[in-house]
Design a protein. Structure first.
Length: 132
């Protein structure tokens, strides 16, 4: 199965006056939701759809608790999640306060196994008219 790509022209955000360049980007084929994933897992196991859905929902409830505790969550074979914070810089450490936090975000780092799962992908360019 090939990953479908499309051609897209984009500006350089650091230099908007620079000539636009063409890039290949993935042609998204849709979205899958939690219920669909639960159904797929249920079909592959002896667990009921409700059991899988309950486990996934509980996982989603528990993950933020550990993130807020400052812990890295490592899910073997999948990857890890951790909190990353960026802040304004100050001349001295005494000047820093919690008001200097600019952004907090959750970082996902895929496991070696997850990274290997995309090795050997093949690609195909969709032959639609590119947008000028």
């Amino acid at each position: 199965m090939s990953i479908k790509l499309k051609k897209l022209q984009r500006a350089n955000p650091q230099n908007p006056q620079e000539a636009h360049k063409w890039y290949l980007v993935q042609e998204h084929s849709g979205t899958v939701n939690l219920a669909e994933i639960a159904k797929e897992i249920s079909d592959r196991s002896s667990l009921t759809f409700g059991d899988v859905q309950n486990a996934l929902r509980n996982l989603l409830d528990v993950l933020p608790v550990y993130i807020r505790l400052g812990q890295t969550i490592r899910l073997e074979g999948f990857g890890s999640f951790h909190l990353s914070v960026s802040s304004n810089g100050k001349e001295t450490s005494e000047e820093l306060t919690t008001h200097d936090v600019r952004n907090a975000r959750i970082i996902f780092t895929p496991s070696v196994e997850m990274k290997k799962s995309i090795e050997g992908l093949s690609f195909e360019i969709e032959h639609s008219q590119p947008t000028p």
